[in-house]
Design a protein around this ligand. Structure first.
Ligand SMILES: *[C@@H]1O[C@H](CO)[C@@H](O)[C@H](O)[C@H]1NC(C)=O
Ligand SMILES: *[C@@H]1O[C@H](CO)[C@@H](O)[C@H](O)[C@H]1NC(C)=O
Ligand SMILES: *[C@@H]1O[C@H](CO)[C@@H](O)[C@H](O)[C@H]1NC(C)=O
Ligand SMILES: *[C@@H]1O[C@H](CO)[C@@H](O)[C@H](O)[C@H]1NC(C)=O
Ligand SMILES: *[C@@H]1O[C@H](CO)[C@@H](O)[C@H](O)[C@H]1NC(C)=O
Ligand SMILES: *[C@@H]1O[C@H](CO)[C@@H](O)[C@H](O)[C@H]1NC(C)=O
Length: 476
């Protein structure tokens, strides 16, 4: 249906009260319900479904970069609508700010911030350009935005930057001072780690301490992390669930070593998810630090990405054997023992990496190989018979195997793996001996997922796997 003059006129001439009512309904509908108790107090009349959740929050699944995101799609219809919407503080508690070739006007941002009054808010700063390219205006735009946000940061709950250049990211140390109990998420991400600019023109002098007692999620680039650490009096509370660092090398701080990083991590009790990407720090075995099972910090999940061999090996020495449930190793050069976690994912491991010497060190229950072009039948063979040197089975407690995007394996080798482990388990008393130790003894493969490996499965093979594996999932 196309707009006619009359329809447009009728929309623009809606009385403000009616317009507000409609807009408030849209606001409630775009949000996510927390608990269904009674109708939202803003939701009245025939537009409301009964039992609409009363307590709502911003929907984290919204695509914030989409032009249809609330409130911007509506506030940009005309000046009159924008002005009416500024009357409702709650509309402006999720700010999406663009720093690209169609930047958010600073004057508009200022109106939105003041419209939100004293309510807690979140701010998400994006550069929407997809292409990896230079954006020479970005840094100044981010600076202007941060300037505008600064006086309001004490009521900020989430602050995220997703920009092109690391040099555009603000200095944590110069942006925050004091305690920010509302802040739960601080994220500074960038796509290009450019050459260093002139070093920190804002001076190295001591700054006020800053504290994020309620932080649950922090993602920093290496340079932002080093910058924050220049103030020894900064801290996070004990609730950090995601701790993510990317592109940290001794270039940012010649004094920082891998041991120093482990010291910092060990200040926490628990980090549910630790992500370390492209970390390249020197390691000196003589430095004293608790390691392995002596570490007080517990990890739910560790993701390592883009590690060079020496760093990978050193990190395994320091953290291997620590309390950790699940590990993902992505696009790393691997070496040495990969320590015991229940779940292990090897992803994007280059075909030149020596899986044949890694596999015998594995001892995981759930093993996932994703896009490991070096995984071939010889590798699977190592999981299909005892290690001739030790007589023990590699990955003895393996139960679930998940292989995707690995083009060099065959159906025959998979069958061999399933069959040999089943035969061995049966021979040892699985399902016949009531005292069989399902936890430490070899077990038949319970779940096998294979897809994207370019395999053809005959009908007979498919039936064979169905009969011999409890949960079999296959897609070529
Ligand atoms: C950006 O990242 C690079 C590479 O990690 C680093 O050398 C440089 O110091 C960073 N620049 C700034 C301004 O933070
Ligand atoms: C931390 O945040 C939660 C909700 O996100 C809030 O209930 C709690 O009061 C905050 N704690 C502090 C110390 O502000
Ligand atoms: C490195 O350590 C030396 C000596 O302890 C100190 O003088 C220097 O400021 C440190 N450099 C950085 C970047 O922290
Ligand atoms: C972890 O690896 C270290 C050596 O890299 C080894 O001494 C230790 O036994 C391993 N721990 C586990 C639980 O496999
Ligand atoms: C599997 O790859 C290894 C090298 O990673 C090689 O030595 C071996 O011959 C390959 N096996 C097969 C069956 O291609
Ligand atoms: C196997 O891996 C894929 C992608 O890594 C994941 O989506 C799937 O849930 C995994 N399957 C199991 C059984 O873990």
């Amino acid at each position: 249906m196309s707009y006619t003059w009359r329809e447009r006129a009728s929309v623009a001439s809606l009385p403000a009260e009616l317009l507000l009512l409609i807009l408030k309904n849209v606001y409630v509908q775009t949000r996510q319900g927390l608990i269904t108790i009674r109708t939202h107090d803003w939701c009245t009349g025939p537009l409301c479904k009964p039992n609409e959740p009363y307590l709502t929050k911003w929907n984290d699944k919204n695509d914030l970069k989409s032009p249809s995101v609330f409130p911007y799609a509506l506030s940009s219809i005309c000046k009159a609508w924008f002005d009416v919407m500024l009357l409702v503080p709650k509309f402006w508690t999720r700010l999406v700010i663009f720093v690209d070739n169609q930047p958010t006007a600073i004057a508009e941002l200022r109106s939105q911030l003041s419209a939100s009054r004293d309510l807690p808010f979140r701010a998400h700063i994006f550069n929407r350009q997809d292409a990896i390219c230079q954006d020479t205006a970005e840094s100044a735009q981010v600076k202007a935005v941060v300037n505008e946000l600064s006086p309001h940061l004490h009521r900020c709950e989430r602050l995220t930057f997703d920009v092109i250049h690391n040099s555009s990211l603000p200095s944590v140390r110069h942006t925050f001072s004091g305690s920010f109990p509302l802040l739960t998420e601080l994220s500074m991400r960038c796509r290009i780690h450019d050459e260093p600019e002139e070093l920190d023109s804002q001076g190295e002098e001591g700054r006020d301490p800053f504290l994020f007692p309620n932080l649950t999620s922090i993602s920093l680039t290496g340079s932002a992390f080093v910058d924050a650490n220049k103030n020894p009096d900064w801290g996070m509370g004990g609730n950090v669930r995601l701790f993510s660092l990317s592109h940290l090398s001794s270039f940012e701080n010649p004094n920082l070593t891998l041991t120093g990083l482990v010291h910092i991590l060990n200040k926490f009790h628990r980090i549910s998810s630790l992500e370390l990407k492209h970390i390249d720090l020197p390691y000196s075995p003589n430095e004293q630090v608790p390691r392995g099972s002596q570490l007080r910090v517990h990890f739910g999940r560790i993701l390592l990405e883009g590690f060079k061999r020496a760093t990978f090996e050193a990190f395994s020495k320091l953290v291997g054997g620590a309390d950790c449930e699940s590990q993902t190793i992505r696009a790393c050069e691997i070496a040495g023992d990969i320590n015991d976690t229940d779940f292990l994912t090897l992803e994007d491991i280059h075909s030149t990496e020596d899986l044949l010497s890694v596999i015998p060190t594995l001892s995981n229950r759930l093993l996932t190989f994703t896009s490991c072009s070096g995984l071939n039948d010889t590798c699977l063979g190592l999981l299909s018979k005892p290690n001739p040197r030790t007589g023990l089975w590699n990955a003895q407690t393996l139960r679930n195997l998940n292989i995707s995007g690995c083009p060099r394996i065959s159906v025959g080798a998979l069958k061999e793996l399933v069959e040999s482990r089943k035969v061995e388990a049966t021979a040892r008393g699985y399902e016949t001996n009531p005292h069989y130790d399902d936890f430490d003894e070899i077990m038949p493969i319970g779940s096998l997922d294979v897809y994207g490996c370019g395999l053809d499965l005959s009908l007979e093979d498919a039936q064979w796997f169905e009969e011999n594996v409890e949960n079999f999932y296959f897609r070529s």
